[in-house]
Design a protein around this ligand. Sequence first.
Ligand code: SAM
Ligand code: SF4
Length: 340
Amino acid sequence: MGPSESFSHVTPGASRGASHSEPRRLSRIHSLRVSVTDRCNFRCLYCMPSKGVAWLPHEELLSLEELYENVEWIAHRTDLQRVRLTGGEPLVRRGIHHLIARLTALPDMPEVSLTTNGAMLAHQVWALKAAGVSRVNISLDTMNPQRFTTLTRGGHLWHTLSGINEAIRAGLTPVKLNAVLQRTSWQEDVPRLLDYAAMQNVEIRFIELMRTGTERSWCASELVTVDVVQAWLARRAGIYPMPVRASSPSANTIVRWYGHDLSVGWITPRSQPFCKDCDRLRIDACGRVRRCLMDPATFNLPGIRSLGEKQAELAFFDYLAEKHAPRGMEIDKGMCQIGG
Ligand code: SAM
Ligand code: SF4
């Protein structure tokens, strides 16, 4: 897939809401994560196992145009209000701003955002802004440069920090930082990340570690739940709850940190799963829909659409009717393969 990927062949008038034969809509789905690639410039310890993962075969990857058409198909049959591009690392996919420009032009699509490790963001931020990205979430787990390189298996902290600076400068706000908590390092990482969030005046969200393809014993030994971190923080700083946002995966608090009132989110898939109000779907770079991060059953949208649109629509609703809370927060696939 090259930089010249374009959308010139998308059928005009096929956009959401424009059809005379309006399809049924599933009103409880508001959010879609689109994994534009499973490839990544990092190899984070928590995201993929030490032996690596099997990449999706090149011939099965959808072009950006095909990906757009499948997202549009879903938008037409649900009540989508948010699309978030992710991966793998979304910024390694060339031409991604073309996809963003098309997605932002979908009717009734208030938000198209991005989750990125930030390492390639500084160079792309203005193209993303021009394409219409509303805001970005950037993963930042530690302020310790050596640990950053170990954790990402080769990344450089300063690349991600420059990406964050540029995103703020470009106004892709609110910029939110995502940090996965790990038992062996959180006592060093959490205070330094809070210092940094206070300095940059951005929100930070701490995420409980899930097992996504990694070794079970490693994951169990690195898990620390949010209540432990909050109790530690409560002894050193004030923590005050904020109003609950329906279907938001994070519970938000204000942390009074050395004179700053910081907005801090807590994402608790392990200790307090938030599945009851889940309004989210995922689609990967081959067009496979996932009703839940932890559900191995996928729905091959391009394959099923080739059998006929009516049949595909019925099968899609049947698949989504079985969207349930998972038995546990673990899966044998890497997060990069699913689309985090
Ligand atoms: N490469 C981009 C990034 O790192 O932000 C986007 C994809 S990444 C899979 C999306 C998010 O999933 C990141 O915030 C990452 O920290 C999180 N993540 C990955 N593996 C995880 C795990 N095992 N448990 C909890 N969060 C995880
Ligand atoms: Fe890549 Fe993001 Fe996974 Fe890290 S968490 S390996 S940056 S996809």
